[in-house]
Structure formats: structure tokens, C-alpha cells
Design a protein around this ligand. Structure first.
Ligand SMILES: *Cc1c(COP(=O)(O)O)cnc(C)c1O
Length: 368
């Protein structure tokens, strides 16, 4: 059986008329950038996340960039983050001339190891940028504690964690600012690029809104150099339709994840660990084994697609050579990049398909 990592067509087909009508409505209105569709979406998603402010932006990457800019991060400042994440997390820091300072991960959750953050703080440190990887929040209490003690800003990269909850608080509303992505493959995905910044801070919200329109307020008067970072109305209309189903889809993802875990637990592979205080939304279901590459090849031969998030930790990327890291500096991240793989997961995957994936993984380890 052929099984892809993700099948977005099934989701589209289940809400096709609603989506098509929403898109046509935007075209009929001729209001394409920001405007009423974006405002209406911002309102619903602020409610969904229990955030005071939600600001639609052009992508998850620009959400992080705008959040850092609004927090005053500039040339030479240091920002503590994880090396085991999508490039944009650290790319946005470097883009501002600031320095990403990488702290190794906790191998059980793949999130930043909070016990190692305090020792990475120095006079140049301005912010901590944790990532809620695969849909599970980092240990925010410890992060906030270190931030308070050193007067640092906390910017959450919640691109993979929309709807995730940490000790009763929604991802993206725990630190000073939260950043989300609506890239098509994300749990709430648009039909193109899109992103969001959330905050409970009125001043930061106002500043981010100015920065997303080239730093102008009023129009054509620029007190700041901002960016073109707006969300467009067609994406907002599509996302408004999809948002209504998001809790249902997250529930399905959790169910799919628990089915995998239930049926793979006898094998000598590492399964996702959910911290007791977290509600995971399973953007990815990631397992780990020292035979990772052979397992991927074997599954591929059976028609099963898997993916690696991420094959090269950021401290070893060529573009960050100037930061001076070398192999061995952050061993848990390096190990995770060698041993992890993501199994197919999406709300519409069938039990038959899951059984097929599970069966072939069992064959690989025991039956061959
Ligand atoms: C997807 C993602 C981003 C970037 O979002 P884009 O919308 O693709 O720009 C940033 N950080 C993480 C962890 C992501 O998964």
C-alpha cells in the first residue's frame, strides 16, 4: 500500500464547498491584503488561542522576525534557542544581525533542555526563543524563571503547536510573544504562505502592527524601518473556515499518535514522550532508532513515506560556520538528527493505513 507522510487532498475534499465559497467571496469583495477578512480571522484566532492580540502576518518566518524586531533585538544581541528546529527559528535571529546561541535539547521531548539555559546567559543576552517542537510545548516555567531573573524577553516559536496547551495555557500566550505558521503542511495550513503573532502586551501588539506595514504610522510616515509582512485576505478566509475544525483535527491526530504508540511499544525504538502537564497536538509523530536510515529505506521499498525533521542541527549548518560550533558541541541534537524519523500522521489517515505502517515496522525489527 502506498502511504504518504501527509495527504492534504482528503482534508480539502471534506470541506471543499466551504473553502471554494470563502475564496470566491474574497475575490468578489476585491479586498485582497489585510482588510475585513483578515480582521475577522484575527478575532477568531485570538479567541481560539486565548490571546489578547492576534496579528496576521505573511509567514511563520516573518512572525518570528517581527516578534524579534518588536522586542528590540538588534545587531550583536544574543538570543538563546534550540538547534533542533526548522531553519527559520535561528535564521530570523541572524537576519537581524543578532547571534543565535544554541542550547542542546532534552532527548525525551526534543525540546530545548531548560536546565542548560541559565549558563548560556551573559550580558549580551536579550531573549530566549524556545520552539514547541512537533506540537508539544517546551518547559516554559523554567524558561520564564530564567527570563525574569535576567530581564529577558521570551518569544515562543509555536509554528508547530497551534492549540497545544502547557499547564492550562495555550502555546503562544505564555511568553511575551508567540509566533505561528500557516504553511500548508502545518496543522492549520493555508493555501500558500501565512503566519501569526500573538501577544497579551498592548504595546508590543501596536508595534508589531506598525512593523508589518513597513514601519509606517500613519501611512507614508515612517518612524521605523519595518517589512512588508501582511497576511492576505484569501489565506485569512481559508484559515477562518479551517479553524472551526482544528480542535476536531487535533483530537484525531492525538488518536492516531496513541494508536501508533500502543502498537509499537514492544519494539526497541524510542516513542514520543508526552509530559504530564502538556496537551500535545502531534504536528509530527517522531520515533528514534539507531537503525534509522535502514528503516527509512525499508519502509520506502514498501511504499511508505517517512521524513526527517531535521537531518542537520542548525549549529552545524554551513551558513552558521561563523558562530564557531563544531561536531560534538551539542550531542543530543546531533544524535536526534541521526536517529529520528517522522511517521505518516494527519487527521484523515485510516486505521488500515496505520496498521500497514505498524506491520512493516514490526517486520523490519522482528520478521525479516
Ligand atoms: C514552519 C516553521 C517555521 C516557519 O514558518 P513558515 O510559515 O514556513 O515561514 C518556523 N519555525 C518552525 C518550528 C516551523 O516548523
Amino acid at each position: 500500500m502506498k502511504i504518504t507522510s501527509l495527504d492534504l487532498r482528503r482534508q480539502y475534499e471534506s470541506i471543499q464547498d466551504e473553502i471554494n465559497n470563502a475564496v470566491l467571496e474574497v475575490i468578489a469583495s476585491q479586498s485582497f491584503v489585510l482588510g475585513p477578512f483578515v480582521e475577522s480571522f484575527e478575532h477568531s484566532i485570538a479567541e481560539f488561542c486565548y490571546a489578547k492580540h492576534a496579528i496576521g502576518v505573511s509567514s511563520g518566518t516573518d512572525a518570528i522576525l517581527l516578534a524579534l524586531m518588536a522586542c528590540g533585538i538588534k545587531n550583536g544581541d544574543e538570543v538563546i534557542t534550540t538547534p533542533f528546529t526548522f531553519f527559520a527559528t535561528a535564521g530570523s535571529i541572524a537576519r537581524l544581525g543578532a547571534v543565535p546561541v544554541f542550547v542542546d535539547i532534552d532527548p525525551s521531548t526534543y525540546n530545548i533542555d531548560v536546565s542548560k539555559i541559565a549558563s548560556a546567559v551573559n550580558k549580551k543576552t536579550k531573549a530566549i526563543l524556545p520552539v514547541h517542537l512537533y506540537g508539544q510545548c517546551a518547559d516554559m516555567d523554567t524558561i520564564l524563571e530564567v527570563a525574569r531573573a535576567n530581564r529577558l524577553m521570551v518569544i515562543e516559536d509555536a509554528a508547530q503547536a497551534i492549540g497545544a496547551v502547557y499547564k492550562g495555557q495555550n502555546a503562544g500566550t505564555i511568553g511575551n510573544v508567540g509566533c505561528f505558521s500557516f504553511y500548508p503542511t502545518k496543522n492549520l495550513g493555508g493555501y500558500g504562505d501565512g503566519g501569526l503573532v500573538t501577544t497579551n502586551d498592548d504595546e508590543l501588539a501596536k508595534f508589531i502592527k506598525i512593523l508589518r506595514v513597513h514601519g509606517s504610522e500613519p501611512k507614508y510616515y515612517h518612524s521605523y524601518v519595518g517589512i512588508n509582512g501582511r497576511l492576505d485576505a484569501i489565506q485569512a478566509a481559508i484559515l477562518s473556515v479551517k479553524l472551526k475544525y482544528l480542535n476536531e483535527w487535533s483530537e484525531s491526530r492525538r488518536w492516531v499518535a496513541s494508536y501508533y504508540s500502543e502498537h509499537l511499544k514492544e519494539l526497541s525504538i524510542r516513542l514520543p514522550k508526552i509530559e504530564s502537564y502538556n496537551t500535545h497536538i502531534f504536528h509530527q509523530y517522531v520515533i528514534a532508532t539507531t537503525q534509522r536510515d535502514e528503516l527509512i529505506q525499508y519502509l520506502k521499498q514498501q511504499g511508505i513515506e517517512t521524513a526527517i525533521y531535521y537531518p542537520v542541527p542548525l549549529h552545524l549548518q554551513k551558513c552558521f560556520e561563523y558562530l564557531g560550533y563544531k561536531e560534538g558541541d551539542l550531542p543530543e541534537s546531533e544524535k536526534a538528527s541521526r536517529e529520528t524519523l517522522a511517521l505518516p500522521i494527519f487527521p484523515e489517515i485510516t486505521q488500515k493505513e496505520q496498521n500497514c505502517v505498524i506491520g512493516h515496522i514490526k517486520n523490519f525489527f522482528t520478521g525479516r
